[in-house]
Design a protein around this ligand. Structure first.
Ligand code: IMP
Length: 423
């Protein structure tokens, strides 16, 4: 398979979990490179649903090495409970198949509290974060006051550094009207988690290079999506990491010249959770998808905002990530639609855009320019080959791939592994 980066080409929740699971078959190593437990990757194997937040989905297959890279922010309590949940379901999680970078930053309760308090303070301008403390944790990393996994697994160091961080953060929390934290309690909880995780924590940069020398194929598992990227997304309505393909290099220590291919995952329509511009947002398609029981968040359970396919956005994603191949998911979500719309440009006053403007305010004022496709109005969830898809559905996926400027590689018609059509 060679080294492959998999990214979300929209606003997250593109169905990456399933595509990662499918591609993992051909990889020996799976690496998570950015984000934290704000992500929720849903994978269904033999009818059994697993939602993974931090651990790479590769864990669901035997003999795969799963790595949390240095670019991730790690909530150790969440991580330990995820590991225990998997073990309860009979999945092996050992230091042999699951390792965490010693330089990944740690998410503490004060990050979560600050995340919530800042959102409250923003009022109607809130970002709609997952309240997992992601922004404040990356903020500490950039401000060089964060603690990393190698601090967490060393009790004496943890005690000393945490004491200082709690003191400073309690003062900030008080000033924001939030409750201060008990050092004793936080230390006890985190020290326990650190002891549990210690056998898994190591230098993952050296490990990954050793693996490459031994001929391993690596799959880099992106979280969130292109337009939630801290640099390339709809700032400030973004997450706090580089979710785009470049993040795979900085977030793992594997250089750009060792990357062979980028796969972009996108839904056959568009969704977004949280606030911020979404040019093709549409009530009719939202109601339709929610009515089918679809499009509720895997991490927070929030109803996702839904809209028509936005090819201006996916073309932009191809450009920024260097997407070679496309996996189009949730095609079956459009099975009952009479006429399917695709946005091919944005209009704002007299201006027409064929790229995504950087300014979120300008993007919010953009109106989509649509072309329409006839709906196929036939169930597709049983289709197993491209030929079995209704002709109109084939036309649609071909058109949106062309408009997105990348090769059509996979069309997915349901959450199961078997509902994956390789084109
Ligand atoms: P944060 O990452 O929790 O700070 O949230 C920032 C923004 O990213 C919010 O709009 C979230 O809804 C969104 N977000 C974060 N993680 C995900 C994800 O995994 N899928 C979709 N949206 C996400």
């Amino acid at each position: 398979m060679a080294n492959t980066i998999l990214v979300g080409a929209q606003w997250g929740d593109e169905g990456k979990g399933k595509i990662i699971d499918v591609l993992t078959e051909q990889a020996e190593v799976v690496v998570r490179y950015a984000g934290g437990n704000n992500a929720g990757h849903t994978v269904i194997v033999n009818g059994k649903k697993s939602v993974l937040h931090l651990i790479p989905s590769g864990i669901l297959r035997k003999h795969k090495l799963c790595v949390i890279g240095n670019g991730v922010v790690c909530d150790p309590l969440g991580l330990v409970s995820e590991m225990e949940g998997l073990r309860k379901n009979g999945i092996q999680v050992t230091p042999k198949n699951f390792v965490v970078s010693e330089t990944a930053h740690v998410v503490f309760p004060y990050h979560r509290e600050l995340d919530g308090a800042r959102e409250l303070l923003k009022g109607k301008n809130k970002i709609g974060t997952t309240k997992r403390g992601i922004g404040p944790a990356y903020g500490d990393k950039a401000a060089r006051v964060g603690l990393r996994m190698n601090d967490l697994v060393d009790s004496a160091r943890l005690e000393e550094k945490l004491a200082g961080r709690i003191k400073e953060n309690n003062a900030v929390l008080k000033s924001l009207g939030a409750k201060p934290l008990s050092f004793k309690q936080v230390f006890a909880d985190y020290d326990r988690a650190g002891r549990h995780l210690k056998p898994h924590v190591q230098n993952t940069v050296v490990l990954l290079h050793d693996q490459m020398r031994a001929g391993a194929n690596i799959l880099f598992e992106g979280a969130q999506g292109t337009f939630l990227d801290i640099d390339h997304g709809t700032y400030p309505f973004v997450t706090s990491s580089n979710t785009t393909a470049g993040g795979a290099c900085t977030g793992s220590g594997v250089p750009p010249n060792r990357m062979d291919r980028v796969v972009g995952v996108m839904k056959a329509y568009t969704t977004r959770v949280g606030e911020g511009p979404l040019p093709t947002e549409n009530q009719e398609i939202s109601d339709l998808l929610h009515g089918m029981g679809r499009e509720f968040g895997a991490t927070t359970g929030r109803a996702r905002r839904c809209g028509w396919f936005d090819s201006v956005a996916t073309r932009h994603a191809t450009m920024v990530n260097g997407i070679d191949d496309l996996a189009i998911t949730n095609l079956d979500g459009l099975d009952t639609v009479e006429s399917v719309k695709v946005c091919v440009a944005y209009r704002r006053g007299k201006m027409q855009y064929d790229f995504v403007p950087n300014d979120a305010q300008i993007l919010a004022e953009c109106q989509p320019v649509y072309v329409e496709f006839a709906g196929w109005r036939t169930p597709t969830d049983h289709c197993r080959t491209f030929k079995q898809l209704p002709a109109k559905a084939r036309e649609y996926v071909k058109a949106i791939s062309e408009l997105s400027n990348a090769r059509l590689f996979i069309a997915s018609v349901g959450p199961g592994r078997e509902q994956t059509i390789f084109v």
